[in-house]
Unconditional design. Structure first.
Length: 138
């Protein structure tokens, strides 16, 4: 990719700006013509034009009513999604609490097993010592 010189870059920028201005001017003129035609349709009482205008206005109202219904439906769906998210998050939190309790119970069980083995080992050693004392000659 070749970098342009400063003069080339400025000239290409000016030409792009000029093209954009020309396009903008054309679009504004076109828009003014459309607005003028829409404003003068009511002034010219041609039944055909008035009927087309009424049809267009009715079409716009229908589109707006359909749009509002769909937006209401979308809002309802989004509300349901949020409720489901809250339910899911609460389930995740409960699952985390249960996992933590399970971990604590396993740790407690492990400690109990360790304590039980320790006590059994002490009892075995005590019995062995008592047995050695009873068996030993006096």
């Amino acid at each position: 990719m070749k970098l342009l010189s400063r003069q080339e870059a400025e000239s290409s920028l000016k030409s792009e700006n000029g093209q954009l201005l020309e396009t903008n001017i054309r679009l504004r003129k076109f828009w003014q013509q459309i607005v003028h035609k829409l404003n003068t349709v009511r002034e010219s009482y041609e039944p055909e034009k008035l009927q087309r205008l009424k049809d267009f206005e009715e079409f716009c109202k229908d589109i707006l009513s359909k749009k509002s219904k769909l937006l209401e439906e979308l809002a309802g769906i989004e509300k349901l999604i949020e409720q489901k998210k809250e339910l899911y998050y609460s389930l995740v939190v409960q699952r985390d609490v249960l996992d933590e309790k399970m971990h604590q119970m396993k740790e407690q069980e492990r400690k109990f097993d360790l304590r039980e083995k320790f006590v059994m080992d002490l009892e075995r050693k005590w019995r062995e010592k008592n047995a050695d004392l009873h068996d030993a000659p006096e």
